[in-house]
Design a protein around this ligand. Structure first.
Ligand SMILES: C[S@@+](CC[C@H](N)C(=O)[O-])C[C@H]1O[C@@H](n2cnc3c(N)ncnc32)[C@H](O)[C@@H]1O
Length: 263
């Protein structure tokens, strides 16, 4: 994938007017070798018995929802984007995929055994409202697992530290809730969950083909915000491409996996 995508645009896919590019980005992410172990760990932490009902919130086109269903769970997907839900229904006609927002779930109280959301809460302006809904729809003893980044904590090796810092900040500012990773613990505590655990899962990229599209998004954010000059952003990106050719590319994104139980 070479096209630049507005990563922060996932808070309202339709508003970007780039639905097809956003879909292309989601499909591209699925093929990254870094993703399956992260998702497997999130499913492990859900710790649900076969036949249990699990809600995949912000499911996109339902790829993880389908994996949960294949593993023997009664999986339901929910996503705010009508476009992505429609594509998901075409791909997985057997799945129950619902167009709805995490902050207003069309489900009965205490009706699900598990709740997961992956790379979704960073796009919510009010994660508190979504967590209140999660607590409402989970049955007592139900499990919740959230997988997110902290947009101020990604790491890129580069010769120009000042430009790298400015670009990092500009990119983080395009994300609706950039500090979701570090806030998980306190948000879950305030929402009344217990057995809260937050673990880190580092995603390391050494190949431009696996992270170039995100680096382009970072450079574009720097230019659009005026944090750096277009020339500085282009030079920074060119250096990353050069580093990749000589084996010196190093990008690391620490993912936060939070798990908790509804009392
Ligand atoms: C980066 S994608 C991740 C999709 C999927 N979880 C995955 O792992 O492929 C973020 C998803 O969250 C959805 N989303 C954003 N805000 C939402 C909200 N308030 N309620 C439900 N879904 C939302 C977007 O439409 C998009 O499908």
């Amino acid at each position: 994938m070479t096209e630049t995508v507005q990563v922060g645009g996932f808070n309202d896919v339709e508003l970007t007017g780039q639905q097809k590019q956003m879909l292309g980005f989601l499909d591209w992410c699925e093929n990254l070798p870094q993703m399956p172990p992260l998702r497997d760990r999130s499913h492990q932490l859900l710790d649900l018995p076969s036949g249990a009902t699990v809600l995949d919130v912000g499911c996109g086109v339902g790829t993880a929802t389908a994996q949960l269903a294949e593993s023997g769970l009664d999986a339901i997907g929910v996503d705010a984007s009508g476009f992505l839900v429609q594509v998901g229904r075409q791909r997985h006609p057997q799945l129950r995929l619902i167009e709805a927002r995490a902050e207003d779930l069309p489900l009965e109280d205490a009706s699900v055994d598990g709740y997961r959301a992956e790379r979704v809460y960073q796009h919510l302006t009010d994660p508190t409202a979504a967590l209140a809904e999660a607590r409402r729809v989970l049955r007592p003893g139900g499990r919740l697992v959230l997988v997110e980044l902290d947009a101020d904590l990604w790491t890129v090796d580069a010769s120009d530290m000042d430009t790298t810092r400015k670009l990092g900040r500009a990119f983080a500012d395009t994300i609706a809730y950039p500090w979701i990773g570090r806030r998980f613990h306190s948000l879950l505590q305030d929402a009344g969950f217990e057995d809260i655990e937050v673990e880190l899962f580092p995603l390391v990229y050494r190949d431009y083909a696996q992270c170039g599209v995100v680096l382009q998004s970072v450079a574009a954010a720097g230019k659009a915000s005026g944090a750096v000059t277009p020339e500085a952003a282009d030079a920074w990106l060119a250096e990353q491409q050069e580093r990749a050719k000589t084996g010196k590319l190093f990008v690391m994104v620490p993912m936060f996996i939070a798990s908790a139980t509804r009392p």
